[in-house]
Design a protein around this ligand. Structure first.
Ligand code: SF4
Ligand code: SF4
Length: 200
């Protein structure tokens, strides 16, 4: 019987101790010391000392970027990616089609119709950037990059939005650039063989 009563006492007393702690915390609630309702509410970035001046350097995590205008569609970056999160589709264009040149004066020979990076898969290893012959895939940000505005929040409500699409060529342009060149006008010999040229 004594053990039974002791059990009831222990249950009630620990319950009231717990409720007392909760009550104390409730009484102390003031703006700023509870979990924020992110993303509607956001903490300000702490001004802690990380070894250099905030006003001169970026302190955010880097992010992968690609400059499609300089891409030659060689696919070296996609092959280097250990998690296969770069998807490139290229199209061959007829000989003589002018696709322009890159910043390094390399003549572009392939049309890059799709260049997607799935940032939900990317692990920021940077391995894709090294083999690029045109230096057109690179990490932005980081302490040594040019100072840029705060953009540390890359979250998205929709996972699809984490697939960054860099290709800009339109279906109409693809059709125009891949169309076979017009047939040259028939030569006199060909016309004769087809009986189009009279002997008179
Ligand atoms: S940083 Fe790494 S994981 Fe991300 S795309 Fe480049 S190679 Fe792939
Ligand atoms: S390595 Fe560079 S040039 Fe080649 S496909 Fe990738 S981004 Fe384009």
């Amino acid at each position: 019987m004594a053990e039974y009563l002791h059990g009831i006492w222990a249950t009630l007393s620990t319950m009231f101790i717990g409720l007392g702690i909760t009550w104390k915390h409730m009484m102390r609630i003031r703006k700023g010391n509870v979990t924020l309702q992110y993303p509607e509410e956001k903490w300000p970035r702490p001004e802690r000392n990380i070894g250099f001046d905030f006003s001169n350097y970026n302190v955010i995590r880097s992010r992968l970027h690609q400059s499609i205008d300089d891409c030659i569609g060689c696919m070296k970056c996609a092959r280097a990616c250990p998690v296969d999160c770069i998807t490139i589709e290229i199209v061959k264009v007829p000989k003589g089609t002018d696709l322009g040149t890159t910043s390094n004066d390399t003549k572009k020979r392939l049309l890059v119709k799709r260049f997607d990076i799935d940032m939900s898969e990317c692990m920021y290893c940077n391995l894709c950037t090294y083999p690029c012959p045109e230096s057109c895939i690179f990490m932005t940000g980081g302490p040594n990059s040019e100072k840029h505005p705060l953009d540390y929040e890359f979250s998205e409500y929709n996972r699809e939005n984490l697939i960054y699409k860099y290709a800009t060529v339109t279906p109409e342009e693809i059709e125009r650039l891949t169309a076979p060149p017009p047939e040259p006008p028939p030569t006199t010999e060909k016309k004769m063989s087809e009986g189009e040229v009279s002997n008179g």
